[in-house]
Design a binder for this molecule. Structure first.
Ligand code: PEP
Length: 249
């Protein structure tokens, strides 16, 4: 059995700050209608906080799971505007993104904070999807591996037991929402590096997703790479048919 057979594919949609109840209803209905055709792939959506209840109600029993795009590192308390992992659990969230590049860039999230958020999620029984990736300047300076290693360091320091329950998403910042995708070979090289870091910790079977302008037309060639276990999909996850075609790829 090759490693791709042991690591089940996973495709997660990140709706970002898009949607309203009516649009979500038709997107969620479209996903539920199409999901029976998707095989051998776990499918999930990470929706804005106010729509977690809607996702829960619509997706329950569909085979599609749901989650959030961020979580507080705190359990509870005077943290106005924050949402705890326990609250996400109340909506039966299975996933939460931690350290998406938009959070790192726009909200100053540090590598350490991202690791703390991952721990908060795990403590509530939620799988953190830890996002890492280099900027264009870092890539052009040949610093990709160095940046990824730095971002992963506080996460890997949590140890095999914790990291073994996570998902890692490699999302080169220069490919997110830009229409520029890493070539399958470029992405595979970074995934192999991440896999070597995971193997060093004794958890080589952690799933590593690729993200950055993934579409139905490029998903197949990315998923053919031995260390790419699926995708974190932004823009294309807002169209049910396109998202399902990615999952079917
Ligand atoms: C993302 O938001 O994680 C992402 C990868 O976005 P897009 O697919 O639109 O590039």
């Amino acid at each position: 059995m090759n490693s791709h057979q042991t690591r089940k594919r996973l495709v997660i949609g990140n709706w970002k700050m898009h949607g309203h109840q009516a649009a979500n209803a038709s997107l969620l209905d479209g996903l539920c209608a199409g999901v029976p055709a998707v095989q051998d792939c776990d499918l999930a959506v990470c929706v804005p906080f106010p729509y977690l209840g809607q996702a829960h109600a619509s997706l329950q029993g569909s085979g599609i799971t749901w989650g959030a795009q961020d979580v507080s590192k705190h359990e509870q308390g005077a943290f106005t505007g924050e949402v705890s992992a326990g609250m996400l659990s109340d909506f039966a969230c299975q996933w939460v993104l931690a350290g998406h590049s938009e959070r790192r860039t726009l909200h100053g999230e540090t590598d350490q904070l991202v690791a703390e958020k991952a721990v908060a999620a795990l403590n509530a029984g939620i799988t953190p999807v830890v996002c890492v990736g280099e900027t264009l300047a870092e890539q052009e300076a040949g610093q990709t591996d160095q940046v990824i290693a730095r971002q992963l360091a506080p996460v890997l320091a949590l140890g095999a037991q914790q990291v073994g329950k996570m998902v890692i998403a490699y999302e080169p910042v220069w490919a997110i929402g830009t229409g520029r995708t890493a070539t399958p070979e470029q992405a595979q090289a970074v995934h192999a590096f991440i896999r070597s870091q995971l193997a060093g910790l004794g958890v080589p079977e952690v799933r590593v997703l690729y993200g950055g302008s993934v579409k139905a037309s490029n998903a197949g060639s990315l998923f053919a790479m031995s260390d790419i276990d699926g995708a974190l999909v932004g823009g294309a996850s807002l169209m049910a048919e396109e998202f399902l075609r990615i999952a079917a790829a």
